[in-house]
Design a protein around this ligand. Structure first.
Ligand SMILES: Cc1cc2nc3c(=O)[nH]c(=O)nc-3n(C[C@H](O)[C@H](O)[C@H](O)COP(=O)(O)OP(=O)(O)OC[C@H]3O[C@@H](n4cnc5c(N)ncnc54)[C@H](O)[C@@H]3O)c2cc1C
Length: 391
């Protein structure tokens, strides 16, 4: 019997929740276990979720999307994870287009957004991180050199997830060397890279095997030409353009962690009621109850922060602090719930057929990506508490 985690009277997105749940029921644990074993992309799941229109939630209706608020998109991602599925294969199709929507030209929006909304074009690769710069985005080296009516891109990205399964990439590259830029975040520009064309002219993708099935990759640019019309907004302002999108990304990923936490807690409480050892259900022992109760409280508190961050985002109010806190708290809550779930299941927590070890590996990522906990704490210390910058 599932725990009533979402009292209907305060959840404005019950219909979406029910719809996503129904769709996800077609993709049970066995489906995800097979993909995990084969390190394969969940093409059928992504096709179904696209066809149902969920990935176009944030695209305005005039461009063929459903024009829903971020809180609705967060509900979609949460419910996918709560059902035991993994939204990482496609979540970026929801939010990467935000940079285009907010800063692209009318021509770019008309050209790309309807095709992204229908799923005909996949814009789900986000090329920011590089091997030598890590979290220090202002030190990226990938360079876009202007030549007449196009740019020529050289450099390397790492951890570009879904690169093999995307038609377009939102690429951050330097257009002015760091030492000549007025501020360290100046001189970075954002491009829409057509990866289908680029693969024919200098772009190489090399997959990286990871702890969980994530379809991530290294990407090499060897003088890849990009038409100048694919520059988003003004040259040199790219860092500012990706920042607002990063808040949306953090809130949606936090929602996924809330979904993971609910999945772990449902599994663990069901098992704790059924599993009898020493002639009594293990759930009768407070040593089993307390970690679950604590993780539940942690999840609920994190969920409130996710809701708050989404509400601020939807009201166009700066939500940098809340989006970061939501991501950090939700990732910690899902990890605590995962840990309690493994412990509750004893040896069976390690058996692949229970899916717990798979979800445990999947949810661990979110304390590192898309931004690691230390960097969130630094952000809060400096920008909210006014402490001196530490790096
Ligand atoms: C599976 C996966 C998928 C990803 N997908 C994408 C993607 O699609 N696109 C993309 O652009 N990137 C992606 N990333 C990259 C991700 O955003 C980075 O891994 C993350 O931001 C951390 O950067 P890093 O790995 O370079 O760590 P580093 O920057 O090398 O940091 C290593 C450790 O040191 C800590 N650290 C660094 N500096 C400080 C400091 N000043 N104070 C305190 N601690 C510090 C960090 O918190 C971290 O724990 C992905 C990563 C993974 C693992």
């Amino acid at each position: 019997m599932p725990i009533d985690f979402d009292p209907e009277d305060i959840d404005p997105h019950q219909e979406i929740r029910a719809g996503v749940r129904k769709l996800c029921a077609q993709f049970p644990g066995e489906y995800w276990r097979r993909l995990d074993r084969e390190a394969a992309y969940p093409a059928e799941f992504v096709k179904a979720i696209t066809a149902a229109g969920y990935l176009a939630a944030l695209i305005p209706e005039e461009y063929g999307g459903s024009g829903l608020p971020l809180s609705a998109a967060a509900t979609i991602m949460e419910e996918i994870h709560r059902a035991g599925c993994n939204g990482a294969a496609c979540h970026a199709q929801m939010y990467i287009m935000g940079a285009l929507l907010r800063h692209g030209s009318d021509d770019q929006k008309r050209k790309y957004l309807p095709a992204i909304a229908s799923g005909q074009l996949r814009l789900q690769a986000f090329g920011v991180t590089e091997p030598t710069s890590g979290t220090d985005t202002s030190s990226i080296k990938t360079f876009a050199r202007r030549e007449n009516d196009h740019y020529v891109i050289s450099g390397q990205k790492i951890w570009t997830s879904r690169a093999e399964h995307s038609d377009l990439m939102l690429l951050l590259a330097r257009t002015t060397p760091k030492h000549t830029a007025a501020k360290r975040v100046d001189g970075l520009s954002v491009f829409i890279l057509d990866m289908r064309a680029a693969r024919e002219s200098g772009l190489t993708i090399r997959p990286i095997r990871t702890m969980m099935n994530h379809s991530t990759a290294e990407v090499f640019f060897d003088n890849v030409p990009v038409p100048a019309e694919n520059l988003v907004g003004e040259e040199g302002n790219g860092f500012r353009y990706i920042l607002s999108g990063m808040n949306a990304e953090r809130i949606l990923i936090a929602a996924e962690c809330i979904g993971d936490a609910k999945w772990f807690l449902e599994r663990a409480t069901d098992y704790a009621k059924e599993r009898v050892v020493f002639d009594r259900p293990i759930g009768k022992n407070q040593g089993i109850q307390f970690p679950l109760a604590k993780a539940y409280a942690q999840m609920r508190a994190a969920e409130l922060m996710v809701q708050k961050a989404a509400a601020l985002f939807d009201s166009d109010i700066n939500c940098g602090a809340e989006a970061n806190m939501a991501k950090m708290l939700a990732a910690e809550a899902s990890w605590a719930a995962g840990e309690a779930c493994v412990q509750t299941h004893g040896g069976f927590g390690f058996a692949a057929e229970y899916d717990i070890e798979r979800k445990f590996r999947e949810t661990r990522l979110y304390q590192v990506a898309p931004i690691s906990t230390n960097l969130i704490l630094s952000f809060l210390a400096e920008h909210v508490l006014g402490l001196p910058r530490s790096y």
